[in-house]
Design a binder for this molecule. Structure first.
Ligand SMILES: C[S@@+](CC[C@H](N)C(=O)[O-])C[C@H]1O[C@@H](n2cnc3c(N)ncnc32)[C@H](O)[C@@H]1O
Length: 352
């Protein structure tokens, strides 16, 4: 079926990107489905998207060509006028309950309720109160208890001045099961660096099971957040960095630390099944350093690399970087993660 030919169909979504990167997501979405339009809800971050495809066709098209800069989306099943008074709470809870029941087949599994609001949106009730009211209705009418994480279905409400956008969707259709794709990990005691969150999020966003990798090479590893996660997942890790690794990591029986520049090290062919690099450098220079090390990766092995966005040309940066590695590596997915700032993350696989 040619989805774009169905010009009569249209649907709406609330779409979110990292702050300042929404214009790139919009370019990607317009290229995917010409005629798609946007209206701001949170400046440079969250938009109301009108797309000339029906809801299911739009979800299929977007999830099968996932835009790099689109962090989250939720389909809008109903838009209702709101007053900001307590009356909204019963109105929205009732409507959310109805929408949920419409798709209820008795086997829905776990559900979560996510409430977000536009900047400067004021109401007499808090998002937490609204979430509680909706959860209460879901329990009462469907016997479904709401959970905080790992839900199968999501009831989403976005509150903006004068209107609320409500949708009920499968978690996978939202691209992320975190509200607005804002992945919040709890900082652990003794955590080596916040950078660890980037690799944790990459594991989730790329569907990687890090515990499958037995031998990992971490280039630009200090102070050691990524290395610590790989060690936790059970890998033997070689960490390369002229800077100091966190003292807590030194002496770990699975760790080899080479206090050297990436240009000064070499490894046995096909001896690693994962290479990670978070060097925060010019992508071109960084990939020049990585290229000779790719021989150390076994065929089918994976690489997770952070690409810094230097001059505001992200699509060209991805293209050029991947092209440099192309004779041996294939791009699996590129994504700007919530924990990426002026950068994005690529996941590649070595060609067999
Ligand atoms: C953003 S930090 C990495 C953070 C790390 N992923 C973590 O989780 O703690 C970048 C690191 O790259 C290292 N680096 C920069 N140039 C390098 C090179 N040519 N060879 C090896 N490491 C390099 C820096 O010393 C720095 O420690």
């Amino acid at each position: 079926m040619n989805e774009q030919a169905d010009t009569a169909a249209a649907s709406q979504f609330v779409v979110t990107s990292n702050h300042g990167f929404a214009a790139y997501a919009q370019d990607e979405l317009r290229a995917l489905v010409p005629g798609t339009k946007f209206e701001p809800l949170i400046t440079d971050e969250t938009y109301l998207m009108r797309i000339p495809l029906d809801r299911e066709a739009a979800i299929r098209r977007i999830t099968s060509h996932e835009p790099i800069f689109l962090r989250h989306m939720h389909p809008i099943d109903r838009t209702v006028g709101t007053s900001g008074t307590a009356e909204d709470v019963s109105l929205l809870a009732d409507l959310a309950g109805q929408l949920f029941l419409d798709g209820f087949d008795g086997e829905i599994g776990k559900v979560t309720v996510q409430i977000r609001k536009a900047e400067r949106y004021e109401s007499e009730y808090s998002p937490a109160e609204l979430r509680e009211a909706i959860s209460g209705v879901l329990l009462e009418r469907c016997g479904v208890e709401s959970v905080v994480k790992e839900a199968d279905r999501i009831v989403s409400v976005f509150l903006s001045s004068g209107a609320a956008y409500i949708g009920v969707s499968a978690s996978a259709d939202n691209l992320s099961d975190w509200p607005g794709g804002a992945v919040r990990y709890r900082k652990e005691e003794g955590q080596v660096s916040r950078a660890k969150f980037k690799l944790l999020e990459a594991e989730y966003a790329f569907g990687l099971e890090l515990s499958r990798f037995r031998k990992a090479l971490d280039i630009g590893a200090a102070p050691g957040g990524w290395t610590s996660l790989l060690l936790e997942r059970g890998a033997e890790v070689t960490a390369v960095d002229p800077a100091d690794l966190h003292p807590d990591l030194l002496g770990h029986p699975q760790l080899t630390y080479l206090k050297r520049n990436a240009g000064e090290v070499a490894f046995r062919s096909a001896s690693y099944d994962l290479l990670v690099c978070d060097m925060s450098w010019s992508p071109k220079q960084m990939i020049k350093l990585i290229l000779p090390l790719l021989d150390a990766l076994r065929p089918g092995g994976a690489a997770v690399i952070t690409l810094k966005l230097m001059h505001g040309k992200p699509f060209q940066t991805v293209k050029d970087s991947v092209r440099m590695m192309q004779p041996v590596m294939q791009l699996r997915k590129a994504k700007q993660l919530f924990h990426n700032r002026d950068e994005l993350t690529v996941y590649l696989q070595k060609i067999n």
